[in-house]
Design a protein around this ligand. Structure first.
Ligand code: IPE
Ligand code: IPE
Ligand code: MG
Length: 242
């Protein structure tokens, strides 16, 4: 088997609440444990020569949760940035935040901006954290920005190339999406960018996700024949008409 290089991995980190419930603990305990799993996986991606990692941390729909859980999560994001930013920077990681960040309080927004500025010249893993992110919002936002920024706007300016330049991830789209926690849906995560991504679902709950689980996903990915709508050489060689 030839090994395909994975450029970009995205993860829907689901199952924190159930993980805590299984231990008779409040859901908040699961969210806190989820941060340790993030640190593990960031490190693992670096050593596996993955260039980009995009993590779904808070969706545009997660505001529907009870206020105490939303507040806990926002405090946890603040805390997690404070306690990990120097380590991330020392490890040459470039941090980006994607999503409608204007909905957060000014304390978190300035923390986010400082973290991005501090790590902007780093050349290692590009780590994108999706906060208040929704795929539908991203596409609407991209189309609106084309219309707003284009002088003498013409309807043909709404095209795939311009939309892709205006989406929050304009650099590369994920090759492999991992969703933990057993659900098999996108939950509004990177709807456009996942159009041709390989989708890997595991029952493993996010706080239990580790290097071994990541390697299982990578191994699964290695066996996939990515065709992007075309035919593989094998398909053609087996075709009687070829
Ligand atoms: C994912 O875990 C974390 C966030 C959405 C913030 P959940 O909180 O959704 O955990 P489950 O799915 O209820 O177990
Ligand atoms: C998706 O998980 C969002 C994040 C992991 C941040 P949810 O738990 O919110 O998704 P649903 O509600 O099961 O679709
Ligand atoms: Mg969930």
């Amino acid at each position: 088997m030839t090994t395909k290089k994975i450029n970009h991995v995205s993860i829907i980190m689901d199952g924190n609440g159930r993980w805590a419930l299984d231990r008779n603990m409040p859901r908040a305990f699961g969210h806190r444990s989820g941060i340790s799993a993030i640190n593990k996986i960031v490190k693992a991606c670096t050593t596996r020569q993955i260039n980009e990692l995009t993590l779904f941390a808070f969706s545009s729909e997660n505001w529907k949760r009870p206020e105490y859980e939303v507040n806990f999560l926002i405090n946890l994001f603040n805390e997690a940035i404070d306690s990990n930013i120097n380590n991330l920077n020392d490890n040459n990681i470039q941090l980006h935040f994607i999503g409608n960040l204007s909905k957060f309080n000014s304390k978190l927004i300035s923390k986010i901006k400082n973290a991005e500025t501090l790590t902007t010249n780093n050349t290692g893993l590009k780590l994108n954290l999706a906060l208040n992110y929704g795929g539908k919002w991203d596409i609407v936002n991209a189309v609106q920005s084309i219309i707003l920024n284009k002088k003498d706007f013409n309807i043909d300016d709404i095209n795939c190339e311009n939309i892709e330049k205006s989406l929050t991830l304009d650099s590369s789209f994920p090759d492999l999406l991992i969703r933990t926690g057993g659900e098999q849906r996108l939950s509004n995560f990177l709807l456009w960018q996942h159009a041709y991504t390989e989708l890997y679902f595991t029952d493993c709950l996010w706080p239990d996700f580790n290097e071994n689980e990541l390697d299982k996903a990578i191994k699964w990915y290695q066996n996939i024949n990515r065709k992007f709508g075309a035919l593989s050489n094998k398909d053609i060689s087996l075709d009687k008409n070829a």
